[in-house]
Design a protein around this ligand. Structure first.
Ligand code: KIV
Length: 263
């Protein structure tokens, strides 16, 4: 297998549909990479699925850098994208540049940031500086407080036109791909046909060039409800819980460790 580059990712548009996912540590990044996942996002979803927050907003740059470094050490072929956390690029363009540079120095191949036309100046500055940018339009979870919840976007024709305009704007600014989150499938199809760069959908239907799944939804690692668009390909929460329970029971009953098995 060859290392995925942003150029290869772009070139796959129209030829190969790509199943991409998140990961936040070396252990799972290695498994995803060895299984052939072409692009691993060190998502700020880490705030919710790993760190136990209600939203992605509390994730810090230091947490993103530490997770990115771990994922990049393990992923030999996947394109590793660091998701810039809330506050790391809304704090002035110079600070945003420094934070994006830190992501690449931690081992990321590219950064992702949320927003359309309003972040185009920054996308252009990063792209011009050799920092590949994956854009993210539609439902952008860092704006949860403006939406009043994680809500599907682009439901009216006017809202759909605004998302299409955002997607065109990030492409013109130099993004190598764009995430479309929680938008109607017809709108995702329209944007995918309109753009020369790949779209990566999550809750955006089958027409996108690639798909994201949050690793915990893909592996069934959460016990709570999964988003309606997600498909669990395994049920690891049940398997892990049963293993923990058996271990506790075997220590209590003296089955583990067996006699004569000291280090
Ligand atoms: O943080 C994340 O996991 C994401 C995906 C939903 C694309 O941004």
């Amino acid at each position: 297998m060859k290392k995925w580059t942003t150029a290869a990712f772009r070139a796959a548009k129209g030829k190969q549909k790509l199943g991409c996912c998140t990961a936040y540590d070396a252990c799972f990044a290695r498994l995803a990479d060895e299984a052939g996942v072409p692009c691993i996002l060190v998502g700020d979803s880490m705030g919710m699925v790993v760190l136990g927050h209600e939203t992605t907003l509390p994730v810090k740059m230091s947490e993103t850098l530490s997770a990115t470094a771990a994922v990049a050490r393990a992923a030999k072929n996947a394109l590793v994208v660091a998701d810039m956390p809330f506050g790391s690029y809304q704090c002035g363009d110079d600070a945003a540049m420094a934070n994006a540079v830190a992501c690449l120095q931690a081992g990321a191949d590219a950064v992702k940031l949320e927003g359309g036309a309003r972040v185009c100046g920054l996308i252009k500055r990063m792209a011009d500086a050799g920092i590949p940018v994956l854009a993210h339009v539609g439902m952008t979870p860092q704006s949860v407080n403006s939406y009043g919840g994680f809500k599907k976007q682009g439901k009216t024709r006017e809202a759909a036109e605004a998302i299409l305009a955002d997607a065109r704007a990030v492409q013109a600014a130099g993004a190598f791909a764009v995430t479309l989150e929680c938008v109607p499938g017809e709108l995702a199809a329209e944007i995918t046909a309109d753009l020369a760069i790949p779209t990566i959908g999550i809750g955006a239907g089958p027409a996108c060039d690639a798909q994201w799944l949050v690793m915990h939804d893909l592996l069934g690692l959460n016990e709570g409800p999964v988003p309606s668009f997600a498909k669990p390909y395994a049920h690891l929460a049940e398997t892990a819980k049963a293993a923990f329970a058996q271990y506790v029971a075997e220590v209590a009953s003296g089955v583990f460790p067996p006699p004569g098995k000291g280090a």
